[in-house]
Design a protein around this ligand. Structure first.
Ligand code: SF4
Ligand code: SF4
Length: 353
């Protein structure tokens, strides 16, 4: 018999969407073969997953989820997102998502990765992405509108403004800040809460501890990403078992928190601005990004930019004065650059075996 009375279903705020509290995150299925990805999604749905989150930014993820959904014929709540900031570009992305997901309608469409107040202003101003989303909602292409951000300050503002029906927030036992303010505040405002990074982007490798901790804060959907049936079963096994953390598990969590205290970046960006324009949190977090998506990501787009900028770190120390977690930032940057150089032969562009 289960000792905890924790609910395993949740209603996502005013959207009225009722789903299982353990959802499926669509990032890692990019890094396996199409067959393995599709099989994993079908397997998860078969076990009982009824909420799947993906993004236009996750390369093949929408396509693979679309194939899996067509093959299962089962109905799940789909959430996807786009990083476009203008109404027109957002509209184009919604149309692509519908095509890739093989759907006539998507239940939740989110403004993806709103990094700061300027970006938030852009997407919510006239002609911004929100306008495109509202129009698509009026036309029945999407049902609800959400937003995702790594910044708790931005999410606080989002909740105050009440323009979005759901938020997606980072929350884990290495990144606990959201439990003090953002998550309870959103729930009190009837805004649905989707928890990302329950494993802190792959830093926590104990699924039992990570999921139990994240699920202990009720009223949310937690969406760990997995790329194999075995990894999915590991998570699902935790979810359907007793969710209460016992004394030994709490001690284990404390020990891991101690170990990562001065290593783990909480993505708050309080260290900014860096005079050399280094996107510090992305450089420090590059290893976990590669773990989830694969080393190919280092060769293009923002990861490549982040690496190039990071090589210009002058070790001035300004960022350390601002980091509330006292991280040795220049040292972590150096370590990450060294690790990146071990992954790629920059002269040939080839990933090292
Ligand atoms: S130490 Fe490096 S990362 Fe930090 S502010 Fe100076 S240049 Fe930027
Ligand atoms: S380095 Fe420190 S201040 Fe900068 S984002 Fe990470 S935790 Fe926040």
């Amino acid at each position: 018999m289960l000792k905890t009375t924790m609910k395993r279903q949740v209603t996502l705020g005013k959207t009225g969407i009722k789903v299982s509290r353990l959802g499926f995150g669509g990032i890692p299925i990019q890094r396996v073969s199409e067959k393995e990805a599709v099989d994993t999604v079908i397997h998860a749905i078969g076990r009982g997953v009824d909420f799947i989150d993906t993004s236009r930014a996750y390369t093949t993820s929408e396509t693979r989820i679309g194939i899996a959904l067509r093959e299962t014929g089962k109905d799940v709540v789909l959430a996807t997102k786009s990083q476009q900031h203008s109404a027109n570009k957002m509209r184009r992305d919604i149309e692509i998502s519908l095509k890739e997901l093989q759907r006539e309608k998507i239940e939740l469409y989110q403004c993806h990765f709103i990094r700061d107040f300027d970006t938030y202003k852009k997407v919510t101003s006239k002609g911004g992405a929100l306008e495109g989303l509202l129009k698509a909602r009026d036309e029945g292409l999407i049902e609800h509108i959400g937003i995702t951000s790594h910044s708790l300050d931005v999410l606080n503002r989002v909740i105050d403004d009440g323009l979005f029906e759901t938020i997606m927030v980072c929350y884990s036992f290495l990144e606990t800040k959201a439990e003090e303010n953002v998550i309870p505040k959103a729930l009190a405002s009837d805004i649905g809460v989707i928890v990302m990074k329950a494993f802190s982007g792959g830093v926590i490798d104990n699924s039992r501890l990570a999921l139990k901790y994240a699920l202990a804060l009720e009223g949310t959907v937690v969406i760990p990403g997995v790329e194999t049936k075995e990894l999915f079963d590991e998570n699902w096994g935790v979810f359907v078992d007793d969710l209460a953390l016992d004394r030994k598990e709490r001690e284990e969590i404390k020990a891991i928190q101690g170990e990562f205290d001065k290593q783990f970046c909480r993505r708050c960006d309080y260290c900014q601005p860096c005079p050399e324009g280094i996107p510090i949190q992305h450089v420090i977090g590059i290893k976990s990004m590669v773990k989830r998506i694969g080393p190919g990501i280092l060769k293009e787009g923002w990861p490549k930019f982040a690496i190039e900028q990071a090589r210009g770190c002058t070790e001035c120390g300004e960022c350390m004065e601002r980091c509330p977690f006292e991280l040795p930032i220049p040292e972590l940057i150096k370590k990450n650059l060294q690790w990146v150089d071990e992954q790629i032969d920059w002269a040939t562009g080839l990933i090292r075996p």
